[in-house]
Ligand binder design. Structure first.
Ligand code: HEC
Length: 187
């Protein structure tokens, strides 16, 4: 009887350690995936367009309170001048825009909110949605092509594991509610 009891205890402890080790493996895999995603977001310079800048005494710096939350919904939408694209006036206008706004032949576009807010960000997406968008250059829900200057063709070359890592990292950002305005056509 005692032998059976000891054997049961032994087997239970072995199972406990095996299961714990599996959890530990899954956690460390997830952590290295998130770190890789963070690295790819930095190398891919997603912040250049998707994080608004803030004025400080050292000049303009990315606003860490609004990391990757896209063009701020509370900032005024600039008016597109009725001048020829690439004319001097046009370039002056282009340089006056902040880093989350762009204008060109396909009108004015505003960088998207990449934080996991379910209403205004990517909180309702899963890995598959993200990969599909990054590879096809098409918004799944909006049913339209992603406009310039989003360099999706460069990121489309990344492998599945890299795109999954970017998504895993984005999912760890604090969710920020910021409804980015719709693109504005040329006048
Ligand atoms: C040069 C500027 C620029 C860079 C760099 C950039 N983006 Fe974008 N991105 C944009 C703009 C602008 C839009 C919105 C375009 C539109 O309205 O169609 C956008 C849209 C997106 C969308 C679609 C969002 C949606 O709601 O469907 C995703 C996803 C995205 N970007 C991810 C990224 C990631 C990840 C990186 C870095 C690896 C990145 N972007 C780098 C400018 C940029």
């Amino acid at each position: 009887m005692l032998r059976i009891l000891l054997l049961t205890i032994l087997l239970t402890s072995v199972a406990y350690f095996v299961l714990n080790a599996q959890d530990y493996d899954a956690d460390s895999k997830r952590i290295s995936q998130i770190n890789r995603g963070n690295q790819l977001v930095n190398e891919g310079r997603c912040n250049n367009c998707h994080t608004p800048l803030i004025e400080t005494k050292d000049g303009l710096i990315p606003d860490s309170k609004r990391t990757l939350s896209g063009h701020p919904s509370d900032s005024e939408i600039p008016e597109i001048p009725a001048v020829e694209i690439d004319s001097e006036e046009w370039l002056k206008f282009l340089y006056s825009l902040d880093s989350t706004v762009w204008a060109g032949e396909r009108g004015m576009s505003f960088s998207a909110n990449l934080t996991p807010d379910p209403m205004t960000g990517i909180g309702k997406w899963n890995e598959e949605t993200f990969i599909e968008i990054m590879r096809s250059g098409r918004h799944v829900n909006l049913k339209r092509n992603i406009k310039p200057p989003m360099p999706w063709k460069d990121y489309a070359k990344l492998g599945d594991e890299d795109l999954k890592s970017i998504f895993a990292y984005l999912a760890t950002l604090p969710p920020i509610r910021n409804a980015v305005p719709k693109p504005v056509p040329l006048p």
